[in-house]
Design a protein around this ligand. Structure first.
Ligand code: 5AD
Ligand code: FES
Length: 354
């Protein structure tokens, strides 16, 4: 009987007791349908039925780094490198409120030069002055002073995934930085009073259940505002070409990870990440929303740049026209009996202001 099943799921609530590797492994091994129902009930109780739209503008694919998994790594000669100028970004940003969006996510490769950092500060300033949008930035590691100038320009939130909690694996995948440096950036951002999002890839080659659990434990330890996790998908033009997702034989593990995330840290903002649609075409993000997620990130990058921002293959929405991801996302959200969130949809975690 679905009614009593839901009631039992809701009553089960978030994960109780110490959140350690053993407890999380148990959760990931537990029967899937009950895990999903429990995560959905906890999502509803803590976050409501609103799904917030955060429109992504991939404003530059120029990157100084050479991360082994990533399609826009500097040694991939195939993508045509672009930087979208401020007027073209503002033209998109001005339309976003009309599309039901309250946040712009400015994402790019990582280039830590004064010119790039100043350009982004000026862009944040203009978006805050000329639109009603909240501003999230996702542009990689920077010194604290650079994050401070972006915050002073009006940046509300920052996304920076830790990718894996295993420092050795992190080092092998990232020739340009260490896990410790990445975690230091997250703590600088928190100190500066910026809402902080992080996360990891699910199923990097060789991932065990224990390592997946460790990633979730690290999320809990970091006490973040937002966490995005999505399946690893090998890109053919990278050193990881041809490597299978570690959960290829049990792809539902990727959803189990989202459900576990909601049960471990029930007040998190959790996006249904785009990579779920690459791994589960047409349904991945919808299922993630039914198994713990409460945010959807439509692609608002002007259409002509999208094919040059393929971090992984089979990325959805590459052939869509400008603005059409928003109407698609809204239809998907309504079809699940959910609503598009109004207002900025800031963090649900009350924090003392910095
Ligand atoms: N497969 C899945 N996700 C990837 N990302 C980068 N490359 C891949 C890939 N091959 C993710 C990383 C990064 C985010 C912007 O995209 O987790 O933080
Ligand atoms: Fe992009 Fe559906 S979200 S077309």
């Amino acid at each position: 009987d679905p009614v009593s099943f839901d009631a039992a799921a809701a009553a089960a609530g978030p994960l109780a007791g110490p959140i350690d590797r053993a407890a999380v492994v148990d959760l990931l091994r537990s029967p899937r349908e009950a895990l999903y129902a429990r995560a959905d009930a906890v999502r509803r109780a803590h976050m409501g039925d609103e799904v917030f739209l955060r429109g992504i503008v991939e404003f530059s694919n120029v990157c100084a780094n050479d991360c082994l998994y990533c399609g826009i790594r500097r040694s991939n000669p195939h993508p045509h490198r672009y930087r979208i100028d401020a007027d073209e970004i503002l033209a998109v940003a001005r339309r976003m409120a009309g599309w039901g969006q309250t946040t712009i996510v400015l994402q790019s490769g990582e280039v830590d030069t004064p010119a790039e950092n100043d350009r982004l500060a000026a862009l944040i300033t203009r978006i805050r002055a000329e639109t009603p949008l909240a501003v999230t930035v996702s542009a990689g590691n920077r010194p604290r002073a650079v994050y401070a100038t972006w915050r002073d320009a009006g940046m509300d939130r920052y996304l920076l995934r830790f990718e894996t909690s295993d420092p050795d694996l992190f080092a092998r995948l990232h020739p340009d930085c260490s896990l410790a440096e990445r975690l230091h950036c997250l703590s600088d951002l928190r100190d500066l009073g910026v809402q902080v999002g992080s996360g990891f890839m699910i199923g990097l080659p060789g991932e065990t259940l224990e390592r997946l659990a460790d990633n979730l434990v690290l999320v809990h330890t970091l006490d973040l505002d937002m966490v995005g996790i999505g399946p690893f998908i090998a890109h053919p033009d990278t050193p990881l070409a041809g490597q299978a997702n570690a959960w290829a034989d049990d792809p539902e593990m990727c959803f189990a990870a989202v459900a576990a995330l909601r049960l471990i840290d029930p007040d998190l903002r959790v996006p249904a990440t785009t990579a779920f649609d690459a791994m589960f075409p047409g349904v991945g993000r919808d299922l993630a929303l039914q198994r713990g997620a409460d945010v959807f990130m439509p692609n608002d990058t002007p259409g002509r740049y999208r094919k040059d921002y393929l971090l992984y293959p089979d990325k959805p929405c590459v052939d869509e026209g400008d603005g059409s991801c928003s109407s698609c996302a809204t239809a998907r959200i309504w079809s699940l009996g959910r609503f598009v969130g109004e207002g900025p949809g800031h963090s649900r975690k009350a924090r003392p202001t910095a």
